[in-house]
Design a protein around this ligand. Structure first.
Ligand code: NAP
Length: 224
């Protein structure tokens, strides 16, 4: 849980917000957050698992399971936090509303950096109040090397504050949540693609249908 009160008191805070479904959280997300921390000289990163994403009717794992996996994955990093802000909100969560709430909790001189995947940012024109959103924060769009940046530039062309969008190449983003879900469905190993704690949580839970398809005992996520 993030101590927003404590963060809110800090002057000159540079706060990263990792927005995503995290279904499940994997090493690509963790490397992205660490790289953003270094490249943009951030003080702390808050992982913000979506509750009910505006653009999706359902995910595979429940919001609570995704929150728990994010908490376990980030536990050992003293500058990584996980927020329940969107998870606990019964309604649809729009990023601009989340940023409003975080900004209200921080001092006026705080700087917010919203970090997410470049493919998600490609749809930013369909998000709620994209112009105002880009006035509230800097957006860091994470991609794997070789990504076609032309499309993103085209999407951003008419937005005010488009200079507030930064692209960050992360080789570890060759890993994706969908790849991990596919491997799990095929009974393949996800060792080293997710942290050990997340692998253990997946093995113990019903989040990805493992219990139903493989039986309650004996499934080794590290084999195969
Ligand atoms: P998505 O469409 O599931 O993901 C698009 C791509 O971005 C995927 O390749 C995904 O990889 C990657 N990605 C997602 N989050 C990432 C992160 N933090 N770091 C690196 N790569 C990331 O997108 P989503 O996860 O549902 O949504 C992303 C964020 O945008 C969320 O915070 C969501 O609330 C926000 N959003 C807001 C609105 C709105 O306000 N109207 C609309 C859409 C999205 P993985 O699958 O491996 O993560």
């Amino acid at each position: 849980m993030i101590p927003l009160e404590r963060l809110g008191q800090r002057s000159g805070l540079r706060l990263g917000i990792m927005g995503g479904t995290f279904d499940p959280i994997h090493i690509g997300h963790l490397v992205t957050a660490e790289e953003a921390l270094l490249q943009f000289e951030l003080d702390e990163i808050v992982f913000m698992p979506t509750g009910q994403p505006p653009h999706k009717s359902s995910q595979v794992a429940s919001p609570e399971a995704r929150y728990m996996m994010a908490s376990v994955a980030t536990a050992t990093n003293p500058r990584f936090w996980v927020s329940r802000l969107e998870i606990d909100d019964a309604g649809v969560d729009y990023t601009v509303d989340t940023l409003d709430r975080l900004r209200a909790a921080c001092r006026p001189d705080a700087e917010l950096f919203f970090i997410t995947g470049a493919d998600a940012v490609l749809d930013i024109l369909t998000w709620k109040e994209p112009d105002r959103l880009l006035g509230l924060c800097e957006v860091i769009a994470a991609t794997r090397p070789g990504y076609d940046l032309g499309r993103l530039a085209g999407v951003l062309a008419d937005l005010a504050h488009k200079e507030n969008v930064h692209v960050m190449e992360i080789p570890a983003l060759a890993v994706s949540s969908s790849m991990i879900r596919e491997r799990l469905a095929q009974g393949k190993s996800v060792r080293y693609l997710v942290t050990e704690g997340v692998a253990a949580l997946i093995a113990k839970s019903d989040s990805y249908g493992l219990q139903a398809s493989l039986g309650r005992n004996g499934h080794d996520l590290g084999s195969g």
